[in-house]
Design a protein around this ligand. Sequence first.
Ligand code: SF4
Length: 416
Amino acid sequence: MKQKLGILSLGCPRNLVDAESITGRLNFKGYKIIEDVTGADVALVNTCAFTQDAKLESIDAILDLIELKKQGKVKKIIVYGCLAQRYKDELRRQLPEVDAFVGTLGLNHETKRFALTPAHYAYLKICEGCVNNCSYCVIPKIKGKLTSLDEVSIINKVKRFNNEKISELNIIGQDITGFGIDRYGQSQLTALLKKIIDSTPDIGWIRLLYLNPERVSDELLAMIKASTRICKYIDLPIQHINNRVLSLMRRNITEKGIVSLIQKIRKIIPGVCLRTSLIVGFPSETDEEFKQLFNFVQDIKFERLGVFIYSREEGTPAYNFKGQVPKELKEERFNMIMSSQAGIAADVNSKLLGKSILVLVEDKLDGAYIGRTQYDAPEVDGVVYINSKKALKKGEFVKVKITDTLEYDLVGEVKS
Ligand code: SF4
């Protein structure tokens, strides 16, 4: 009788790709994959250890599984991923009910994968580890130095995605602009992108996630502009704008560099959707430096924005920096930027009112369909609520006339 394997994947899309490759291998070995861990012979939890909150979420998930095991609803528990990689010995001592702790597994060169995303989109991880060494980040400690996946494996994977008729391919890594630096001494992202485009004629959208502003080249921007299939969506984590803070973060770029890059992107690709992520409350961040960041966000009006509260992570250089900012003040700064961004997001959306835009249909909920525009990445950005008299299929691209706009979401209709 086939053993039932239940998988719970926490953290980022990069972690999800690891979960898909592990599940794919175990499925190949004869395990039956079940959606829900309850009732599993083996329950796998793929953990995250990027921030305090992520660690707490992972530990809670493990404790829930231990409870299920005590009730006999799960036979074996395997914990892998970043938390296991980082705290294996400690966890083994404190959680003897867990059967195995397996660290991170590195890149999967095979095409075998058990899809944990909806069938119409997929993530392609092209590199592991990171070429950078930001002072607040534990990733280099957990995932190691940058390792680029070999091109043959990548092209095999994307050809498989093309055969699977997915509609959207999301290209990811810790910093995809670093792709190839470990092998060729300089970024090979645009060369790779050309091969991916040539190998995937049936995939509607190709989305680039996690571009480091330090290495966004004119060649890359020209390729994004020229391609009808690369989403006009630039995910550009900048983290801060003040030069003193940027240098403490070991971000190899200055305010001037960031501002001129944003101006160049918007000039080369008019109407582009710019997403960024920021950290507030970095050690010794002063009121003035935060104010500068706040004003910058108001001036630039990013179409999409994520804000993280600085998380003090042992083992990172910033852990020992002086001037750790009090929790309340960090939260206050977080709320200030998020409430300001809510207004900007609503404003950005209002410009689409009455326009017809291409939408990828994702699901149906309470009689309305849910979809995303090319300006919305899966799971992190807004959605489009679609009214349609005719039946729509998941993974289908439809023209939607926008009839109403909300803070982060849109409402529209498909003409029958
Ligand atoms: S770019 Fe910086 S923040 Fe991102 S994974 Fe690399 S070291 Fe961490």
